[in-house]
Design a protein around this ligand. Structure first.
Ligand code: FE2
Ligand code: FE2
Length: 171
């Protein structure tokens, strides 16, 4: 699974869920859908940070759009997180609650537009199909809640460590 394709699919899914929430005239139903959407949004941003923007920041120099985007991403996420937390103080389905959720939707729509319009096309120029596929696989594993095996080197290091420990005991 290509990472960019996976993230675009998640964006479309989130937009649809917001439409359903804001379009619902049943407060209980809207509240339940909003409860379900929040962890999805959190997971999405974690997938992006862990497997896209974090590695890109390490790979690229500051001063470039992609090299600096991780910070911008954190700022956007922090702003949205604050508003998301604020919805807990409001009664679901009431006008203030709706306004708050609509504001979150607006901010995220703008965020998504930045990613899809400015950021993803640049990433596709920096990472080839294979690299995007690797990132996508890790993201999909994170999404499935499966433990992610990061690097064969890591496993090798663990085996070496265990061997050392055993030979220490024997000596
Ligand atoms: Fe994002
Ligand atoms: Fe995103």
């Amino acid at each position: 699974m290509n990472a960019i394709k996976l993230l675009r699919t998640m964006h479309a899914d989130a937009k649809m869920r917001f439409r359903l929430i804001l379009g619902s005239d049943n407060p209980q139903e809207a509240a339940t859908m909003w409860q379900q959407l929040q962890p999805v949004l959190k997971l999405h941003e974690q997938m992006e940070d862990t497997y896209l923007y974090g590695p890109l920041q390490k790979q690229l120099l500051p001063g470039s759009v992609l090299g600096d985007y991780e910070q911008q991403h954190h700022a956007d996420v922090a702003l949205v997180d604050g508003l998301i937390q604020g919805t807990a103080e409001l009664k679901a389905g009431t006008p203030p609650w709706r306004m708050q959720v609509a504001q979150i939707n607006d901010l995220l729509a703008r965020h998504i537009m930045d990613e899809e319009g400015q950021i993803f096309p640049r990433i596709e120029q920096v990472w080839d199909g294979e690299r995007l596929e690797q990132a996508g696989q890790k993201m999909a594993a994170m999404q499935a809640g499966a433990p992610v095996v990061d690097l064969p080197e890591k496993a090798k290091a663990l085996v070496d460590k265990a061997k050392d420990a055993i030979s220490d005991i024997r000596s």
